[in-house]
Design a protein around this ligand. Structure first.
Ligand code: FES
Length: 619
């Protein structure tokens, strides 16, 4: 049996195989937020001809059903079938994400007052050539020379030794011996070879970013980024963990993300004419699940009570083991994790923000696919994960999507007519709404009176924009060939996510005996942190009502922390220290968290005195 796509491509499909699975096998990827469980309603395709069986889904409206629209993960062809993939269901994971080069990186590194000290160290060694009289083995010759220099206890792996003999001869016995602390010899290069490079990698649940760095001066040579192709197996860490524990899933997820990193690497290394053997070390930062998947470790126990990761502090493993396409012997430093849901990305963030060095008490929040927070100063640090879920990236929202072309990113609603005006990424016809658009539209609906503080539509208002849809009441944000709506269920989901973030912050601050007034600085990190409108986020009660001047936007601090650790031994030690020092609070089992969460399930909050600026606006 075959699936014939409207593009003309033909894809084989087995009996009882879903369309989603067959497409995936052939490298055609759809948005599959729930990982193929039939619950997200995102993997929509239109059947143009052929026999099939499909499970009834509340996620497809009657009108769409009549047009032949089905969920690809719940539809099984019974003979050859013709299929059109709907635009909003296309997943272009290979797309490069535009990312500005950070000119401030070197400046930031200098502000720490550290010398550049890469992971790989070197000795210059000139070995006497072997002769008939001096005929000890190559390894003994090297050891003898090291002993003369007073270096004892060097370890030599089989991988090092297997290439050493040829390398010594190739470089005329005048070499740099590259080694890591231990000490352990890792490779031999020519004495003349002075170019040294390293890579910093951020493995986010949604995106992967790679920095190529010149280790001689810390200069950023180039940046590459892409969506994390693991998105094919689900949007959030939980669906990825579930996939990893199913037959072959772990290897699949590992290969997928390694391929993403290698694709970026190959492009930027080739562009700059760099020999990949000269890329001699790597630093990887990611949440606990991403770090486990990258190293091929089963993350299954992370989601089972009592939520225990296999590793928090990772040994210095090699690039060959990680399957990275750089020097196989290059050491790979992984930012340490704190707990199952607070990983190396947050340790990186705290390091980059310097909150662990300052006397002022700061709140650090990384609002990405999940939501992690840390509070503290140079004396103490506490941290928690809020389980906000990926709804701000489109998951669980009828017309939700990531912040890519076609996403409504900003909305204004005229207070007298309730008519919305929207701005769309790429100035094109909208196909959905992204996180910042969702925050905008909810805050505007609240202020203009389209919804009440419970997030329910005010049925009495006079506007044609409010209507009964397949999933209950909905507000039409954009009218067109495809209407873009926000449903009451969507608002509920967004309120749950924002309530989880706010409750996490409120509880963490309370647990250390502080109030919001004690917070002198708020650092906002994460992809979402780049374009988060603080005023709007305060109106919906996602961020606390703290004076705007206290907020600092740091962008992707996971990659910044990885960059800092690539350049400095001291900063790697600081990262280890931060991870050890952080006290982790498990919110999911806390009764107080549930209380805070329930109070925050309101716009902006049940206690309006906590949001004085919003109270004024609502009056
Ligand atoms: S409904 Fe098909 S992947 Fe979620």
């Amino acid at each position: 049996m075959n699936i014939k796509l409207s593009t003309g491509k033909s894809i084989p499909i087995a009996k009882d195989e879903s369309i989603l699975s067959a497409l995936k096998r052939s490298g055609v990827y759809l948005v599959a937020s729930c990982g193929g469980k039939g619950t997200c309603g995102k993997c929509r395709v239109k059947i143009q001809g052929g026999k099939y069986r499909t499970s009834a889904s509340g996620k497809i409206s009657q009108v769409d059903k009549e047009k032949g629209i089905v969920l690809a993960c719940q539809t099984f062809p019974e003979n050859d079938i013709s299929v059109e993939i709907l635009e909003e269901a296309r997943l272009v994971v290979g797309d490069k994400i535009a990312l500005a080069k950070s000119k401030d990186l070197a400046e930031l590194f200098r502000s720490f007052g550290k010398e550049i000290a890469p992971i790989v160290k070197r000795f210059n060694i000139k070995l006497p050539r072997p002769t008939i009289e001096d005929h000890i083995s190559d390894l003994e010759r090297l050891k003898r020379e090291l002993e003369i220099k007073g270096i004892k206890g060097m370890r030599f792996s089989q991988a090092f030794i297997s290439s050493m003999a040829d390398d010594l001869r190739k470089h005329n016995w005048e070499i740099h011996l590259a080694y890591v602390d231990g000490p352990e010899a890792i490779f031999v290069t020519s004495e003349k070879q002075t170019s040294r490079y390293g890579i910093a990698v951020d493995i986010g649940t949604t995106t992967v970013v790679v920095y190529l760095i010149d280790l001689s001066d810390g200069k950023l040579i180039d940046v590459g980024s892409t969506y994390n192709s693991q998105i094919r197996y689900g949007d959030d860490v939980i669906t990825r963990i579930v996939h990893a524990t199913e037959g072959g899933g772990l290897e699949e997820l590992r290969d997928t993300v390694t391929e993403d990193i290698n694709n970026i690497l190959e492009t930027i290394i080739e562009k700059h004419g760099i020999n990949k053997e000269h890329v001699e070390c790597a630093v990887v930062s990611g949440n606990t699940t991403m770090s486990h998947l990258f190293w091929g470790l089963n993350p299954g126990h992370i989601r089972e009570e009592p939520y225990i990761p296999t590793v928090n502090s990772f040994p210095l493993w090699k690039a060959g083991t990680a399957r990275l396409h750089i020097n196989k012997q290059a050491p790979v430093y992984t930012l340490p994790c704190v707990a199952s849901y607070v990983g190396g990305d947050i340790v990186s963030g705290v390091l980059a923000s310097k909150m662990h060095k300052n006397t002022e008490t700061a709140l650090f929040m990384d609002i990405g696919t999940n939501g992690e927070i840390a509070v503290g100063n140079n004396e103490w640090l506490v941290t928690a994960a809020c389980s906000a879920g990926p709804c701000f990236e489109g998951s669980g929202i009828k017309h939700g999507m990531r912040a890519t072309e076609g996403a409504i990113e900003a909305v204004k609603i005229a207070p007298d007519t309730f008519e919305p005006s929207v701005s769309v990424i790429g100035n094109t016809v909208p196909i959905g709404i992204c996180g910042s658009g969702m925050i905008d539209v909810i805050s505007e609906m609240l202020i203009s009176g389209v919804i009440d503080q419970k997030g329910k539509f005010v049925r009495e208002i006079k506007t044609g924009r409010l209507r009964q849809g397949d999933e209950g009441m909905e507000f039409v944000i954009h009218k067109g060939a495809k209407d873009i709506v926000l449903t009451e269920v969507d608002i509920e989901n967004i309120m749950r996510a924002k309530a989880a973030i706010y409750a996490g912050i409120a509880l963490l601050i309370k647990e250390v005996g502080f109030t919001l007034d004690n917070i002198e600085r708020v650092y906002v990190a994460g992809g979402f942190g780049n374009y988060l409108n603080v005023d709007r986020a305060i109106i919906i009660g996602m961020l606390p009502d703290i004076p705007k001047e206290k907020f600092r936007f740091l962008g992707n601090t996971s990659i910044t922390g990885a960059y800092l650790c690539l350049l400095s031994e001291d900063l790697r030690q600081e990262a280890e220290e931060i991870a050890r020092k952080m006290t982790y609070m498990e919110l999911s089992v806390s009764r107080n968290f549930m209380d805070e969460y329930m109070s925050a399930l309101f716009l902006p909050h049940t206690d309006l005195s906590l949001f004085p600026t919003v109270a004024k606006l609502l009056k």
